[in-house]
Design a protein around this ligand. Structure first.
Ligand code: ARG
Ligand code: ZN
Ligand code: CA
Length: 237
């Protein structure tokens, strides 16, 4: 599918104090998603020439449709989707065929966020972002620049980690992202060589810090866009 895609977003906030997650924090996250998926991240100018021709403008925009809030003192929701179910103290998803649901809560365990790939259960479809890593926050430190949501929405749009979650021969099913054997962290210098090729460490689907990830590749764009064709897993959007 080619052409613009517009995705309405419902932000489900479970906070320890009402209003803790400010509207400004929410707005900053939506703005960062729009930057990153439309090749407007100012740091993209740092992409080395080897990869510059592969930088994608996915032409996917995100609009804030609704904010749902709930107060709960729990500080470690974990990763078993309890935050997505009112029966477990969370907030039920809004119409996951037509909205991207983002849950914001204290995940705990040092986890920044997690996502559900396309094709999973409708009731739990969406992404979860830890409160300190949602939008621009001081509390998030080097992960406080809103790129956890970019990474998780990448998963939600069927992207795998750039290193394929395995050793050199495990693929991420994207031809233009070089093979690697493991995640990169912090802010690697270029070139970082693994599996006899230079890693695309600045890709949103690596594990580097927020300021050091600033591109999706054209192959990743194709993989995401395949979801929006008739019969595709995200065709409702
Ligand atoms: N560890 C998480 C995941 O695999 C998120 C990583 C996000 N990275 C970042 N720089 N914000 O889904
Ligand atoms: Zn990931
Ligand atoms: Ca690849």
């Amino acid at each position: 599918y080619t052409g613009p895609v517009s995705i309405p977003v419902v932000v489900n906030i479970i906070e320890t104090v009402d209003g803790n997650v400010t509207q400004a924090q929410i707005d900053s996250q939506i703005a960062i998603l729009n930057q990153d998926f439309n090749n407007n991240n100012p740091r993209t100018s740092n992409v080395p020439s080897e990869f510059a021709g592969l930088v994608a403008d996915t032409d996917i925009t995100f609009t804030l449709a609704n904010v749902v809030r709930k107060v709960d003192t729990r500080t470690s929701w974990g990763t078993n989707d309890a935050m997505k179910l009112s029966s477990q103290g969370g907030i039920d998803a809004t119409d996951t065929s037509n909205f991207l649901n983002i849950w914001v809560c204290e995940i705990g365990g040092g986890i920044l966020g997690y996502a559900q790939f396309p094709g999973g259960s409708a009731t739990t479809d969406g992404v979860v972002i830890g409160t300190d890593f949602f939008g621009e926050t001081a509390a998030g430190g080097i992960y406080g620049k809103g790129r956890t949501a970019t990474h998780e929405v990448g998963h939600w749009l069927n992207l795998r980690h750039i290193w394929g979650d395995g050793r050199c021969r495990q693929d991420d099913f994207v031809a233009d992202t070089p093979t690697s054997d493991a995640p990169n962290y912090n802010c690697p210098s270029y070139p970082t060589v693994n599996c006899q090729s230079n890693d695309m460490t600045m890709n949103y689907m690596d594990y580097v810090q927020d300021d050091c990830m600033y591109m999706f590749s054209n192959g990743q764009n194709d993989r995401m866009r395949a979801l929006f064709v008739p019969g595709g897993a995200r065709e409702g959007l």
